[in-house]
Design a protein around this ligand. Sequence first.
Ligand code: MRU
Length: 358
Amino acid sequence: MNIDGRPWRTIGLEPNGRSVWVIDQTALPYSFGTKTLSSCQQAAEAISTMVVRGAPLIGVTGAYGLMLALQADPSDSALATAHALLLSTRPTAVNLQWALDRVRDLVMALPPEQRAEAARQEAARIADEDVAMCEAIGEHGLKLFQQLAAARPAERQSEPFQVLTHCNAGWLATVDWGTALAPIYKAHRAGLNIHVWVDETRPRNQGASLTAFELGREGVPHTVIVDNAGGHLMQHGQVDAVIVGTDRTTSRGDVCNKIGTYLKALAAHDNQVPFYVALPASTIDWTLADGVAEVPIEARSPREVSHIQDLALIPEGSPAFNPAFDVTPARLVTALITERGVAAASEAGLRGLYGTVA
Ligand code: MRU
């Protein structure tokens, strides 16, 4: 996507061909700049401190992290250590394990001296595939939005098509385009009169800091709301559709996404507002079925809840708890929007798109 007229991805190789640059998302929205990662440890730290975040992007960063590790030491044991270190950074998004396994399995079959270059090529392929999948999600979502907008009553046709989103599932969460925001960008570029309600997304404020930044730079009309406002807006007919991303989608279509997503799905269900989840294939965990019982939920530092920067929000001595994700059961999801098309959130829906072996 464009920043000040220049097209950007979120990650790439530095001109030296060995280090990796990433957009530093902890500095947004105040300043836009990149950080250089020159070692596997730095890649792991960038993921755990959320310099990079969003399921697809942490997968690609993990893949490049293995390349950095192999540049330093291409042995089997160094590869295993780096894989374990990178995997330990964030437990919920399955994309991380998917990308790490993909690179590891490829390079294991090669002699050590070829491994770093093979990892570089594979990481670049994963990044390019992510861009293509996200753009395809955007095309499928665009058609859906156009149909939903056209199906509104005649007296509402002149009003903006109102979409609500939670967290940041835009281009900053991926390599380019985003998942949930890709249909929004496509719709805006296609001339659909669209407006986005942006949940601020406590405690890290990915909506307020990142989604609002992205939408603003792309010129998409939007309004930031507190996380608890969505239900009220839905009750008053001010939301035509909800669209979010997912960090892990089970084989039966349960989706795990940023904490608070489940409450949006409940409110949408109660108000007959369609609730869509946008995802690339790399987010599907075919080994899990029951998302609530089986998806590992990251618990992050309580300090993210109790403080903003260094300012305490809660009384000294009050404990805080910070589960970073929740699971929305498939029954609350109207449809999944994937790079292969739109499907029911169910095993049959997913198998219809991906077949029996994904
Ligand atoms: O903790 P984060 O910021 O990494 O959480 C990100 C999300 O919850 C996104 O919605 C998810 O990764 C899907 S992104 C394309």
